[in-house]
Design a protein around this ligand. Sequence first.
Ligand SMILES: *[C@@H]1O[C@H](CO)[C@@H](O)[C@H](O)[C@H]1NC(C)=O
Ligand SMILES: *[C@@H]1O[C@H](CO)[C@@H](O)[C@H](O)[C@H]1NC(C)=O
Ligand SMILES: *[C@@H]1O[C@H](CO)[C@@H](O)[C@H](O)[C@H]1NC(C)=O
Ligand SMILES: *[C@@H]1O[C@H](CO)[C@@H](O)[C@H](O)[C@H]1NC(C)=O
Ligand SMILES: *[C@@H]1O[C@H](CO)[C@@H](O)[C@H](O)[C@H]1NC(C)=O
Ligand SMILES: [Ca+2]
Length: 552
Amino acid sequence: MLAWLAILLYSLPMAMGHYDICKSWVTSDEGPSWEFYACQPKPMKMNGYVIVKMEPPGITCGEPPERFCTHENPYLCSDECDASNPDLAHPPRLMFDEEDDGLATYWQSVTWSRYPEPLMANITLTWNKSIELTDDIVVTFEYGRPTVMLLEKSLDYGRTWQPYQYYADDCLEAFGMPARKIKDLSVTTAHRVLCTEEYSRWAGSKKEKNVRFEVRDRFAIFAGPDLKKMDNLFTRMESAKGLKDFFTLTDLRLRLLRPALGGTYVQRENLYKYFYAISNIEVTARCKCNLHANTCTFREGSLQCECEHNTTGQDCGKCKKNFRTKSWRAGSYIPTPHGSPNACAAVGSAFGIVAQRKAMTPASASSIQEGQKKRDCECYGHSNRCSYIDFLNVVTCVSCKHNTRGQHCQHCRLGYYRNTSAELDDENVCIECNCNQLGSKHDRCNETGFCECKPGATGPKCDDCLPGYHWRQTCTRNVCDEELLLCQNGGTCHQNQRCVCQSGYWGVLCEKTKCDSRQQDCGSAAASPAEHSEIGLVCGILILQLVQVLNL
Ligand SMILES: *[C@@H]1O[C@H](CO)[C@@H](O)[C@H](O)[C@H]1NC(C)=O
Ligand SMILES: *[C@@H]1O[C@H](CO)[C@@H](O)[C@H](O)[C@H]1NC(C)=O
Ligand SMILES: *[C@@H]1O[C@H](CO)[C@@H](O)[C@H](O)[C@H]1NC(C)=O
Ligand SMILES: *[C@@H]1O[C@H](CO)[C@@H](O)[C@H](O)[C@H]1NC(C)=O
Ligand SMILES: *[C@@H]1O[C@H](CO)[C@@H](O)[C@H](O)[C@H]1NC(C)=O
Ligand SMILES: [Ca+2]
């Protein structure tokens, strides 16, 4: 009872629809059971989990020790960077540390003493984990912000990179791009990569320290200025994959291309005042767990989702072993507020929520013993039941659906063939042969969907006739046609079945002359109701009489 209460209390925040719980214990007509929801971890500061790489080697100041000045005080170059002295060193880790109030600790580059060779630096941040930004990226520069810089991101652990945002005091000059503001973006362009001049102009090194990558402003396009309507954003992300991916990354790279100039041109006589210094890089994000986990922990050197819904993997990107009866799917934000868990289905259970309900009800307890043998019950999602065949010592799927059959529902039923563009666990894996009932010998086909045809029939489905045959209930050999079996003496071929002869001729192909009314077979070729000649009429009557006699 206490446990129940605990779970009940635990499930209360779910009403807010922030996808923060993965399951809750509910009571329905069928009894108590788990219900599952799409879920995601809370946003967190990512500083503590990052691996940072600086390029080029030797870009960090202090080896050898170096003096530097500031823009505010360009001729008082009393400050010193010395890597061997902890009080004067400026290593990269100081971009991610906790700072005491008012005392900025920062990474610092060498000065621009090699001018006019450009002073450039790459700062690559690696999480070895897909993360989804939930707030602005804020980079804090001491002693002035770069006049030209580029933010890049990777979605594939650093294999490929793409620009994320361009920053320059003059976008056109630096990148050939017009300057834009996030405010100019709309619902359809919210994930556009742009160049901004907002964070690169000189405003005094103490006044404006931050360079932002604006996540909140982009969210606000969907969720409103105070981000109260996050459901709108999430719903939109479900339909626009590009939007979701835009905020997802595994790595970030800051490419510092030109340092702060203090509002002037580069003064060659005092290059000690040009350098980069970063005191903080703030990245707020949540682990990407494909809506299958609400916690993410740091284990074995990297972040890992604590996967629910019987999924596994760093991003919960696949189904656990023995839960692969259905293809893996990411959870979905819709329908709001709980979304769809799209859980992996356990072998030997039905799918999704219903499955779990059944599994929890006492009624199914009797099947547990049978369940022991169901370890090998793999049915590719086409069945939820197996039975054990004692004398063969095999476990076999029963009641395979979707027109499948076989021990693992891995074959197609007779009358169906394998859809080569579908996986084995696809509902469309078997395609009906659709053999023409009249033209084919039976309703089965070979692996490429070809039916077996009766004589005279052809085509994949046996609904065509070979030359010399025509379609009449099935393919029937022609009596006459326009190529091989020509009606003679001016006769015309009627529906490939018979020749309609000119008066005075008869025979199958009207090859015989002079119908003598006393001859028995006279009318066999001339019994056409279309023939109104007297002879034809007489012959017709004769035949009718003959038929009547024979029937008696
Ligand atoms: C920064 O990275 C880019 C892309 O790999 C590379 O082309 C460039 O040379 C690097 N810059 C520095 C200063 O190492
Ligand atoms: C990245 O994460 C994966 C999965 O947790 C792990 O196997 C791998 O060793 C990690 N790589 C590095 C460089 O930390
Ligand atoms: C996952 O599998 C376990 C063990 O069979 C089961 O208790 C749990 O309810 C399953 N969860 C989901 C979401 O399918
Ligand atoms: C074959 O499977 C694919 C993938 O599920 C499906 O899109 C297609 O419609 C199937 N083909 C037929 C003829 O059913
Ligand atoms: C199926 O039958 C057709 C027609 O007889 C033939 O061309 C094709 O090669 C057969 N496919 C297979 C896989 O046997
Ligand atoms: Ca710091």
